[in-house]
Design a protein around this ligand. Structure first.
Ligand code: UD1
Ligand code: CA
Length: 455
């Protein structure tokens, strides 16, 4: 049986106290709803339907890149009503998995397990026992422990409210049965809503056994209603990611102080100090060491690289055995060839730095191609922008650039050339030559410092 997933995401999320619809809030660099959609994709769903409503079209507009069907629920009349909006879009003969757009961290294993159980009996329901079950729908079982119905907190008797096992909302059932039951729902309850949960009693009446499964971790079924819960789930997610990295052999100085907002692949013997943030896709080779307070975004880090504290690397490729930082900023489209060294307070943008070249202190190298074995002295600036356009600086192999040099682009420095410190270079420098553009020093031995006026 093919799988269709229906994601309920029409709720308002008042308690987020935000103009942004709840399901668009980010967890680990991705919206809550995108986490759920990614899970549905990993399950191999044939089609995914998202029921949205509150926040107008912001949800489908923001997530237009997701391959899902968008179904608008104009009025939020309850979870049963929300599913009813999706039913006409679900092809016949499917298994239907219902997920919530504000429950982002259900693991794919948990869902696979549930789907299997659902296929066995015709109805799979994800439940969990909570110390405090206040607010949730309670799972009512008979003497033989068979599920007979769900009662919502507000409709429950005192005795039913003692039940610790609750409905997570996540369930799986055939499209055929689901549409039959949904048609029979009514809103005769305290909240005047169409409860999806009423289909459990209907299934039982039809002689179907409700198979239940539970997640391994409680956070897998927790929803986000406010900023505190969002932060709690972010921490749960981050700790889980950190644990996975450590299980794969990565050394983390403190798993509580690492943030992964995307995917990180690490080789062997990688060590990561505290307060490091990864964003997007980051690939790291073997024997890499990353100092504290680094931010690494969509980049490749070669084996043997040493990244020192407070370095930012964004959309760059760092070759093997490079040394970067501390306090370096490597901006997009930078490629460092192996063994190059970028030191403190150096900014590199859209530049290629050749093998074993060094830019060790306080420099800006932008829109440049730098050869191998080049030494760029402290305080060197490529003047790449004339106020309208960006221009290229080309520096040949083995060039030595003295400190505090300005290279006014477009400009070329031939291989093996030397630039004297303090120069402003505006013209091409020939291979092997010395270029110098500073004023001659003068000394006046008769000069006296001015004296302070007496008043
Ligand atoms: C629901 C369940 C409850 C369960 C709890 C788990 C019902 C009747 N109750 O309660 O048994 O313990 O979830 O968190 O199903 N939504 C829509 N359209 C609507 C109403 C809701 O899309 O008209 C969406 C919400 O955006 C949310 C989800 O459905 O993602 C659940 O809605 P919510 O109002 O939070 O359900 P609860 O009352 O908490
Ligand atoms: Ca409700």
């Amino acid at each position: 049986m093919g799988l269709s997933v229906v994601i309920l995401a029409a709720g308002q999320g008042t308690r987020m106290r935000s103009a942004l619809p709840k399901v668009l809030h980010q967890l680990a660099g991705k919206s809550l709803l995108e986490h759920v959609i990614c899970n549905a994709n990993e399950l191999g769903a044939e089609d995914i339907h998202v029921v949205y409503g509150h926040g107008g079209d912001a949800v489908p507009t923001t997530l237009a890149h997701c391959d899902v069907g968008w179904i608008k629920q104009h009025e939020q009349l309850g979870t049963g009503h929300a599913v009813a909006q999706a039913i006409p879009h679900v092809p016949d003969g499917r298994q239907v998995l219902i997920l919530y757009g504000d429950v982002p961290l259900t693991s794919v294993e948990t869902l696979k397990n549930l789907i299997e159980l659902g296929q066995e009996s015709g109805f799979g329901l994800l439940t969990i026992s909570l110390k405090d079950s206040t607010g949730y729908g309670r799972i009512v079982r008979d003497e033989s422990k068979k599920v007979v119905r769900i009662v919502e907190h507000k409709d429950a008797t005192e005795a039913e409210r003692q039940i610790k096992e609750v409905n997570t909302g996540i369930l799986v059932v055939s499209q055929k049965k689901l549409s039959q039951w949904i048609e029979q729902l009514n809103n005769n309850n305290i909240q005047g809503e169409y409860y999806l949960t009423d289909i459990i009693a209907m299934a039982v009446a039809d002689g179907i056994k409700i198979n239940t499964a539970s997640p391994e971790n409680e956070y897998e079924v927790l929803g986000v209603n406010n900023k505190r819960q969002l932060a709690e789930l972010e921490r749960a997610y981050q700790l889980e990611s950190a644990n996975k990295l450590m299980d794969s052999g990565v050394g983390l100085r403190d798993p509580m102080r690492l943030d992964i907002r995307g995917n990180v692949n690490c080789g062997r013997d990688v060590s990561i100090d505290i307060n490091v943030v990864f964003e997007g896709q980051v690939d790291i080779g073997d024997n890499v060491s990353i100092g504290s307070n680094c931010i690494i975004i969509n980049s490749q880090i070669g084996s043997g690289v040493n990244i020192l504290a407070n370095t930012i690397i964004d959309n760059a490729v760092i070759g093997k055995n490079c040394h970067v930082g501390p306090f370096a900023r490597i901006r997009p489209e930078t490629e460092l060839a192996e063994l190059s060294r970028i030191g403190n307070f150096v900014e590199i943008k859209k530049a290629k730095i050749g093998v074993a070249s060094k830019v060790n202190h306080l420099s800006y190298i932008g829109d440049s191609i730098v050869g191998k074995n080049v030494n760029i002295g402290a305080g060197t600036i490529t003047c790449n922008y004339d106020g309208a356009n960006k221009h290229l600086t080309e520096i040949g192999d083995g060039v030595f650039i003295g400190s505090d040099t300005q290279l006014v682009a477009p400009v070329k420095i031939g291989a093996g050339a030397t630039i004297g410190a303090g120069s402003t270079i505006t013209k091409e420098v020939a291979e092997g030559s010395l270029a110098l553009s500073r004023a001659k020093q003068m000394s006046k031995s008769s000069w006296r410092r001015p004296l302070k006026n007496k008043d």
